[in-house]
Design a protein around this ligand. Structure first.
Ligand code: FES
Ligand SMILES: [Fe+2]
Length: 393
């Protein structure tokens, strides 16, 4: 349970808020690379951490991320077009370079002042199929390498969905292994269903929290999983049904404080990954879930009940959207009652509060990497296995 002030501290991410300043110390996804591939001349609007921005490629294919609203009289630059001067506004044709400089003010006869105009601009890179941006002050930190950027493109599966709630409750869902047997219980999750009281331990790591979950299985065996909370808004875990030797990251990137993008980044080292059959059934071309708050997740009560199925199809995304969106646009954590099964959530909040304090004190927060780091996160262990009981103790 949190106080109202603590809940606000962890959930408000606008510029100048404690958590907003924390989030801005880390590279954050702003788009899938497929949304703005090399050669694209179609800028896209990006709202992140409450800031309205536009992402574009100039004629040299360099990425720019600048303020959405034109410095002249505020028109939306994502409707603009690309030419040799950069991104040009549709309204009166002012143009902007990727660093936010105004490069042209055509038709102004009584003296231009373009050299005094500068839109806010943020560095961004296209890496591993994801466009990452750094919105913080000072020198950008080293980009962590979680593994997906080190495999061939065909070994990655990159997706995203829009969620209509604060980022934190969704990330807390990822580090709550206990819910899987209940909310997602269906054919294919037998190893989770076999033991409803798993033994769960957490330990601090350089990146956040490692969660070890051990479930008893019939025949003197155990199902052991290591998943992680990664500072400040992502998590990693295995996806046994379709990934052999890699894992999945869920990265919850605030749009505003009441909506966010969930980036789903999966990879395996040894073989290509295919999009699961039910993905396009569940998600439309605008990355919106077809089952959503407005239609009560199309719950089919003839299919629902017990621990068999939620009655919301077989894809976990709709189940998790139900779980997190119905907590409220911002969950009221003054009214929660955490149990021993929520230990990873408690630990992750401690990491966030400590990191917020570090930023306020002028220090780098946990998991902000600096040279000579090459970005590799040595203690990120994400795996799962069925073993003989006690073999890993
Ligand atoms: S509003 Fe963009 S050029 Fe006038
Ligand atoms: Fe889930």
């Amino acid at each position: 349970m949190l106080t109202p002030e603590q809940n606000a501290t962890l959930t408000q991410t606008g510029k100048g808020t404690p958590c907003g300043e924390l989030m801005r110390r880390y590279w954050q996804p702003v788009a899938l690379s497929s949304e703005i591939p090399p050669g694209s001349r179609s800028p896209i609007p990006v709202t992140i951490l409450g800031e309205e921005l536009v992402l574009f490629r100039d004629t040299a294919d360099r990425l720019g991320l600048i303020e959405l609203h034109c410095q002249h009289r505020g028109a939306d630059l994502s409707y603009g077009f690309i030419d040799a001067c950069g991104l040009r506004c549709l309204y009166h044709s002012w143009a902007y370079a990727i660093d936010g400089r105004c490069t042209d003010q055509p038709g102004i006869t009584a003296g231009t002042f373009k050299d005094h105009i500068r839109a806010a601009a943020y560095p961004c890179v296209d890496i591993g199929g994801v466009v990452l941006a750094y919105l913080g002050p000072g020198e950008p930190s080293v980009i962590p390498r979680y593994g997906f950027s080190d495999v061939p493109a065909e070994n990655r599966l990159l997706r995203k969905v829009l969620l209509d709630c604060n980022y934190l409750q969704s990330n807390e869902g990822n580090i709550d292994p206990h819910h899987v047997a209940f909310l997602h219980g269906q054919p294919g999750t037998e190893a989770f269903n076999a033991d409803l009281s798993p033994r769960m331990t957490v330990e601090p790591t350089s990146h956040g929290v490692r969660i070890t979950t051990v479930r008893n299985l019939p025949g003197d065996r155990e199902y052991v999983r290591h998943s992680n909370f990664i500072m400040p808004n992502l998590s990693s875990f295995t996806s046994d049904s379709y990934i052999e030797d890699g894992f999945t990251i869920h990265w919850h990137v605030p749009i505003t404080d009441t909506s966010h993008w969930k980036y789903l980044i999966s990879f395996q080292r040894s073989a290509p990954l295919a999009t699961p059959d039910d993905w396009m059934i569940e998600v439309d071309e605008f990355y919106r879930l077809r089952r959503n708050r407005a239609n009560r997740y199309l719950q089919d009560r003839t299919q629902a009940g017990g621990r068999v199925t939620a009655g919301m199809g077989t894809n976990f995304q709709a189940h998790d959207a139900f779980a997190t969106e119905t907590q409220g646009y911002i969950q009221n954590r003054t009214r929660e009652h955490l149990t021993a099964m929520d230990v990873a959530i408690t630990q992750s909040r401690k990491c966030l509060f400590n990191a917020i304090d570090a930023v306020a004190a002028g220090r780098d927060p946990q998991h902000v990497l600096r040279p000579p780091s090459d970005g590799i996160v040595d203690d990120l262990i994400t795996d799962s296995a069925i073993v003989t009981a006690g073999a890993l103790r």
